[in-house]
Design a protein around this ligand. Structure first.
Ligand code: FAD
Length: 319
């Protein structure tokens, strides 16, 4: 089912879960076992992130350079197909502009349509490691709003089906997009960032998922600003439990977000006690989740990073 239909038909808020495709070498069974703990909660859909291949150039003995793949994950489409082969759950592959030409994106859309996958989270993607700023791929899209437009206008499988007199569906894909309650790090201000979010919705996005945040007020204020700006689609809050003390330094830097003083103080008090830090992070996230549910959010999205213990504890407590 499409996420838009799930959102429209749900009478109660539900959790959605995001996983990261494994690096090559993991087997399909190992991957499916790793998500088994989540399935107990009957998630309505699972998001699978997308990662562009990375390359490095190595100098050869003769002075020439050769190109090597240094990190390569199983593709989101393959992971989605594997999940569908074992579990009765919808999947939402992420689709990124970075590393893809328009033709490559269209080929991915054909592959998804072939598998009957009609949900996509459309994103620009981050810069490659070593790059300061995102560089669009030659012949690709520059921003996510262009990707949303491209998905909406692509008629690949419809063209084939029409030519054979088969049924077609111009709105086959339900499209979600990302948003940043604390502003995307490249945007000059939150107002401009929200105007750019509106471009994605105007281009045909059905709903929004936010970047993680650790202070719910930030999300509530963001939703108010979006509504004022005329963005009327569901805005699903994204949460991630802190699991190590190191993340207090890493997450603000990587995701351009604030961690509230109360939480950083509690973590500092735990000293080097890893279990205590893990517990504090889990409890904080459960407290955020309960408060969001009380405020009537349609769903809560969890960035699981492939870890299940803290997430399943939060799901048990909140849903
Ligand atoms: P955009 O909406 O294109 O925005 C990027 C920047 O450009 C913003 O500053 C925006 O204000 C500005 N902008 C947007 N449109 C325009 C325009 N038309 N003209 C001028 N400026 C504009 N990354 C991955 O690589 N793989 C994933 O699977 C992945 N999953 C994610 C899931 C969620 C829920 C979220 C919130 C993020 C995810 N990301 C993922 C990270 C995301 O790719 C990065 O944050 C990226 O830097 C921005 O992506 P976007 O789709 O929000 O970009």
């Amino acid at each position: 089912m499409k996420v838009s239909e799930i959102l429209a038909n749900s009478t109660k808020a539900f959790p959605s879960l995001e996983i990261v495709p494994p690096l090559r070498g993991m087997t399909k069974d190992e991957l499916l076992e790793s998500i088994a703990p989540f399935m107990e909660f009957k998630p309505k859909y699972i998001n699978v992130t997308s990662h562009r291949d990375e390359f490095e150039f190595r100098e050869e003995a003769d002075g020439s350079f050769s190109r090597h793949l240094v990190r390569n994950r199983i593709s989101e489409t393959t992971v989605c197909a594997a999940i569908m082969s074992r579990y009765d759950v919808d999947v939402v592959p992420h689709l990124i502009c970075g590393g893809n030409t328009v033709e490559e994106i269209e080929s991915r859309l054909d592959n998804l349509a072939f598998l009957g996958i009609n949900n996509i989270l459309a994103l620009r993607g981050d810069s490659m490691s070593g790059e300061k700023r995102f560089t669009p791929t030659a012949g690709g899209y520059r921003y996510a709003n262009e990707l949303v437009e491209g998905i909406r206008s692509y008629q690949g499988s419809n063209t084939y089906r029409r030519s054979r007199g088969l049924e077609t569906d111009d709105r086959f894909f339900c499209i979600g997009v990302g948003a940043y309650p604390e502003k995307h790090f490249e945007a000059p201000n939150i107002e401009t960032d929200i105007a750019n979010l509106k471009r994605k919705v105007d281009a045909g996005a059905d709903y929004v998922i936010t970047q993680m945040f650790f202070d719910n007020k930030v999300y509530y204020d963001f939703v108010d600003k979006c509504r004022e700006a005329g963005i009327n689609v569901p805005i699903i809050p994204g949460l991630k439990p802190l699991s190590t003390a190191r993340q207090v330094a890493v997450l603000p830097e990587s995701f351009s977000l604030d961690i509230p003083l109360e939480l950083t103080e509690e973590i500092a008090k735990a000293g080097g006690n890893r279990n205590k830090v893990y517990q504090i992070g889990t409890e904080w996230c459960a407290m955020q989740c309960k408060d969001l549910l009380k405020h009537g959010v349609p769903a809560v999205h969890f960035y699981t990073m492939g870890k299940s213990d803290n997430i399943t504890k939060i799901l048990k407590e909140c849903f």
